[in-house]
Write a protein that binds this ligand. Structure first.
Ligand SMILES: CC(=O)SCCNC(=O)CCNC(=O)[C@H](O)C(C)(C)COP(=O)(O)OP(=O)(O)OC[C@H]1O[C@@H](n2cnc3c(N)ncnc32)[C@H](O)[C@@H]1OP(=O)(O)O
Ligand SMILES: CC(C)C(=O)C(=O)O
Ligand SMILES: [Mg+2]
Length: 573
């Protein structure tokens, strides 16, 4: 097959290929994620440090409370040595009783500098569960450009930093604090694997992880540069080679520079990582941290409990938007305004059929739709599970088809139009979208439908308006129908006979010169109970026209007579 793409003049010579990992016997591709990992939200640190206007204490607190409410048990609450605001925030949540639940660990980040470490540890006084997170860059370009030191110098920064954290924790924190430690070799994904391992081992030699004394080794993709598969290879390699594995929590911290942070996180979990650090809706430096909502919801959509509550996703979004002073993109997975919406006809058709099939299948199994496996085309999850309604699932514009329009009528008005009537009505809506462009709302569709098929009390039109009717059946089963109606503006009594009320009505209409023939008839109830309404749909041939009418009434005979009138009036419109 020919590829007609042409070379560009883009400066590709400036970029090299990312180094692969030599691990031909990799096992991660065969693994599945069957349980949720440990999560850490770094919204209040990595997220916050990337904002044009970092969160005020009040906004930080709103975000903290939201994260707790959602179920996060590890929350990085700031960089207390960065300034008074972050320091005071950490103090405030520790000092105010009941703000940090007993099972939530807060963590704080620091560089490996003594003054910063002291201040950082000091901020944690009195906390029940607290972790200091220390980082230093280990990647070659940082060694050369930022620290201007050898590998040993850089390893020494990590070792000294770890020792200082331990010393200050010993000095400043009381026994009430369950103290933990986390170390990150910055841009792990750009650091030579054997050197990253060497630094982590040196840090562990100081911390001495063992039973009841874990260490978190957080291996960040500070800047995402590789494919998710190479990211996973690096994690499989670290998992195989790290010592004291059972006491090490291997954590991932993907950023999204290539737009593949979610995939990178998932493959790293398959490769054995235990814990994920990220931010809600992918907040964070540059293109952001990995999106914890997408990751959690991806698990949910596979039948794995994320152990985080996303059931009111719009509330989570509102709090997030308030705290970050940013908006979530309308296409953002699981939460954007448009992500459960289809405009295009074939999608709408499949969705409508999917909902109908779900209902039928639930009925067949004697269960409710909520208890059977979700299988609606184009909807990876049931929008209801995150607190969305079905209203936005189908929206109509010039790209839409009959299925979508029929869905709106069924969903909003309980009218289940027969297929050929759907085709007829969709042409009316298409004419409107072609003429006016843009979206046609549910109420626009209903207005067109009412005007076309149902007597519109605000703007009545048509030759016939039925007032009331009576019918009798003789011993041979022949129905005689009497209808009081307004015909062409005059009160008229129509009488006809037939083998049922509809054929009797057709007979009566012949008396005023209307020759109509029944082609199809369908009806359904619109609700349950004594006051239930029925909808009747009638397809008739009148002269050279074939068209549909609809009647809605609590009495099915009246509903069908109204449907005939609807069609007859339309024929003369
Ligand atoms: C990938 C990440 O997201 S890392 C997290 C980054 N987050 C932040 O930086 C937010 C909070 N930081 C801050 O507010 C400030 O950086 C502060 C207050 C902590 C420190 O500010 P300053 O003292 O002015 O220093 P600055 O940030 O410019 O630090 C640069 C110095 O620290 C050194 N340094 C940087 N990172 C580290 C580290 N992890 N460990 C040890 N030293 C480090 C640099 O080499 C440089 O040293 P030099 O001055 O001798 O050249
Ligand atoms: C501090 C570290 C973990 C970080 O945020 C990063 O490397 O992206
Ligand atoms: Mg980061």
């Amino acid at each position: 097959m020919a590829n007609r793409q042409q070379p560009t003049s883009m400066p590709i010579h400036k970029y090299g290929q990312y180094e692969q990992v030599d691990i031909p016997d990799r096992t991660w591709p065969n693994n599945r994620i069957t349980v949720a990992p440990r999560w850490l939200s770094t919204d209040l640190r990595d997220g916050n440090q990337s904002l044009i206007d970092p969160m005020s204490p009040e906004r930080k607190r709103r975000m903290f409370d939201q994260l707790v409410k959602m179920g996060y048990k590890e929350i990085e609450v700031g960089f207390p040595a960065s300034g008074q605001t972050d320091f005071d925030f950490v103090r405030s949540i520790i000092e105010e009783p009941g703000v940090i639940p007993d099972d939530v660990t807060i963590s704080v980040l620091t560089q490996a500098r003594e003054d910063l470490i002291e201040r950082t540890v000091e901020s944690l006084k009195g906390a029940k569960r607290a972790t200091v997170h220390l980082y230093n860059a280990t990647a070659p370009v940082f060694r050369r450009v930022v620290f201007r030191g050898s590998k040993d110098d850089i390893k020494q920064i990590a070792v000294d930093g770890t020792r200082l954290v331990m010393e200050y924790a010993e000095k400043l924190l009381g026994p009430e604090t369950e103290f933990g430690y986390q170390y990150s070799p910055e841009i792990f994904t750009d650091t030579e694997l054997d050197f990253a391992l060497e630094v982590c081992e040196a840090v562990m030699d100081v911390w001495q992880p063992g039973p009841g004394r874990e260490i978190i080794l957080n291996l960040p993709a500070t800047v995402e540069r590789s494919t998710p598969s190479t990211h996973a290879d690096r994690f499989e390699w670290m998992g195989r080679n790290i010592s004291r594995r059972e006491h090490v929590c291997i954590s991932i911290h993907p950023h999204n520079d290539r737009g593949t942070a979610v995939a990178a996180a998932e493959l790293a979990l398959m490769a054995g990582a235990d814990r994920v650090e990220g931010c809600l809706f992918g907040q964070g430096e540059r293109t952001g941290n990995v999106d914890l909502v997408t990751l959690g919801m991806n698990l949910f959509s596979q039948g794995v409990d994320p152990q985080i509550d996303f059931s009111d996703i719009d509330e989570i979004r509102r709090v997030w938007e308030y705290c970050n002073q940013m908006e979530v993109h309308p296409r953002h997975p699981y939460v954007g305004d448009l992500v459960y919406t289809s405009f295009s006809g074939s999608h709408q058709d499949a969705i409508k059929k999917g909902f109908d099939a779900m209902e039928a299948s639930a009925k067949e199994q004697g269960r409710t739709v909520d208890d059977i496996e979700w299988a609606v085309p184009y909807l990876p999850i049931d929008p209801k599970d995150v607190g969305r309604s079905y209203e936005a699932v189908i929206r109509v514009n010039s790209q839409s088809g009959k299925g979508g329009i029929a869905y709106v009528l069924k969903n909003d008005h309980k009218l289940d139009l027969p297929r050929r009537m759907q085709i007829e009505f969709s042409k009316l809506i298409q004419a409107k979208t072609d003429a006016e462009g843009g979206e046609v709302t549910g109420s626009d569709i209903w207005a067109v439908f009412q005007d076309e098929y149902l007597p519109n009390p605000d703007n009545p039109w048509g030759r016939i308006q039925v007032r009331n009717n009576q019918s009798t059946t003789d011993k041979d089963g022949v129905d005689t129908l009497t209808v009081e109606a307004e015909v062409d503006g005059a009160e008229t009594t129509l009488v006809g006979t037939g083998n049922g009320p509809i054929s009797a009505f057709f007979h009566a209409l012949q008396g005023i010169g209307i020759d109509a023939r029944l082609l199809d008839y369908q009806e359904h109830t619109m609700s349950e109970g004594a006051s239930a309404q029925a909808a009747s749909y009638i397809e008739v041939a009148i002269e050279d026209k074939v068209l549909w009418g609809i009647g809605i009434d609590a009495n099915t005979t009246r509903a069908s007579l109204k449907a005939v009138v609807s069609a007859v009036n339309r024929a003369a419109r």
